[in-house]
Design a protein around this ligand. Structure first.
Ligand code: GDP
Ligand code: GDP
Length: 455
């Protein structure tokens, strides 16, 4: 029957997002001014990393593509700290900790002229807990005469120190040989990196909302079928569509073609296909039809899109059919059923007449831009500092959890980590998320905020 035929197709087709495993990640950690940026510059052989002589300049964790002896890897420079006499020890360690957690190997840089300091020792304790391969680097060893301090670094218990002069480039080759040996082939936490090319859009929505009509209208005669797997029209296809001066890849439009063959009842398979399209996409357009009430299935599809962590645009189709009276109820339904995605840009369209079809591309771009947004550690902590000063966490049984520090370790979608001294109330968390959205523009993207509680 229809359902089992579909299931077989699902099994056969696992083309997924065109992507490759991410290369391994090498985190560079160490105190301010030990020469991390200089070393990174040396490794990537360019002047991309900003080297600042000004003390106290806030820099962010930045990552770079690097390569040594044909092996590709990603370097994460943990420059972002705030020069704050009281919190400095802790902040350097916290920055390093986040970077280390996501790294496959770590280069721990100490100043070879100074030797190990108390801050260095704090970092070492953290590194021990993480159980990642660590390469100890003694930097600023510009000459043989400066080797004396280097031997002292054996005491840190991280094995042999690698003497390096990032400034002159001596010792970096041996270091990279060792680093490449210490790293796995691909990133442990990196998942897949999408290949370049057009942005990938999943156009999803329950049957009959107008997905096929909209795609036809958008594409006009330019509609290009990219993949026609196994040569039958019922197989999933990606289509390239020109919108707003750029090319977009509408992924897995099988559900669209297949509509006529689909029993209306097999929502389960419709949801499976929706999920698969979302998995392959960067941004989802959830299409609703305004001539009918928003249904449970509409809401479930919106939820799938949000849970997939993709950027999101809500498109309200069949606007040509909207009567004044219905319009009032539509807005109420949206406020009630889609309140949790009030951050998503909304476009009203008519696939039939083409009305507002040019509004879609700008909305996609906004959502994708914000989905990829990174907030610098400096801005983030300045924002939190002000927020917490004005609205401290309520005291609970004599205790008041504090937020020590925050960072955004990744984007697509933006993910934040708050280091706190205790568990934050759910209400207070929601408050922070709301303010994050108000302060920085996160329209069109889900955001994730997690807590790390310290004793
Ligand atoms: P970061 O804060 O750890 O990223 O340190 P930077 O890369 O900004 O370097 C701090 C200072 O140390 C800068 O003035 C660099 O020029 C200097 N420096 C970095 N590497 C070396 C080195 O190998 N030898 C010497 N003599 N100075 C270095
Ligand atoms: P799909 O199942 O989501 O792909 O929906 P279709 O594109 O097949 O559209 C379902 C029905 O709605 C068809 O009869 C379309 O002609 C009609 N339709 C789609 N978009 C519009 C629109 O904007 N206005 C009107 N009046 N009808 C539309």
């Amino acid at each position: 029957d229809e359902d089992s035929a579909l299931l077989t197709e699902e099994d056969h087709d696992d083309d997924g997002v065109p992507s490759v495993p991410a290369p391994p990640v090498l985190a560079i950690v160490g105190r301010p001014n030990v020469g991390k940026s200089t070393l990174v510059n040396r490794i990537i052989r360019s002047k991309q990393a900003v080297v600042e002589d000004v003390p106290g300049v806030t820099r962010d964790r930045v990552s770079y593509d690097a390569e040594w002896n044909g092996k590709e890897f990603t370097i994460v420079d943990t420059g972002g700290w705030e020069k704050d006499a009281r919190g400095l020890h802790q902040r350097v360690a916290e920055q390093a900790e986040v970077a280390v957690e996501e790294a496959d190997a770590v280069v721990f840089v100490v100043d070879g002229l100074v030797g190990a300091t108390a801050v260095d020792e704090a970092v070492v304790r953290m590194l021990r807990r993480k159980k990642k391969p660590v390469l100890l680097v003694a930097n600023k060893v510009d000459s043989q005469a400066q080797m004396a301090e280097v031997y002292g670094l054996w005491n840190l218990g991280l094995g042999e120190p690698h003497p390096v002069s990032a400034l002159h480039g001596t010792g970096t080759g041996d270091l990279l040989d060792a680093a490449v040996k210490a790293m796995p082939e691909t990133a442990q936490h990196g998942g897949l990196v999408p290949l370049g090319g057009p942005r990938r859009v999943a156009l999803v929505g329950r049957p009959n909302v107008g997905k096929s009509s909209l795609l036809n209208k958008l594409a006009g005669s330019e509609r290009v079928v990219v993949d026609d797997v196994a040569g039958t029209t019922r197989d999933p296809v990606d289509e390239l569509v020109e919108l707003g001066g750029q090319s977009w890849r509408f992924v897995d439009t099988a559900g669209i073609r297949r509509r006529q063959h689909m029993a209306q009842g097999s929502e389960y398979y419709a949801m499976l296909r929706t999920q698969r399209a979302l998995d392959k996409a960067e941004v989802a357009v959830v299409l609703l039809a305004v001539d009918e009430p928003i249904s449970e299935q509409d809401v479930r599809i919106v939820q799938l899109a949000v849970d997939s962590g993709r950027a999101l645009v809500i498109a309200c189709n069949k606007w040509d059919l909207l009567e004044d009276e219905r319009r009032y109820y539509l807005e109420r339904e949206i406020q009630r059923d889609l309140a949790h995605v009030a951050w998503a840009p909304r476009v009203n369209v008519s696939a039939q007449t083409g009305w507002h079809k040019d509004k879609l591309a700008p909305a996609l771009e906004t959502s994708l831009t914000n989905w990829e947004q990174r907030i610098s550690t400096g801005r983030l902590n300045a924002f939190l500092g002000e927020l917490v000063a004005a609205h401290p966490h309520p005291v609970r049984s004599g205790k008041q959890p504090r937020i020590l520090f925050a960072t955004q370790p990744s984007s697509r979608p933006p993910r934040f980590v708050l280091f706190t001294t205790g568990f934050l109330d759910p209400g207070y968390r929601r408050f922070i998320v709301r303010r994050l959205r108000e302060t920085f523009d996160f329209s069109g993207t889900p955001i994730e905020v997690t807590m790390r509680v310290r004793e």
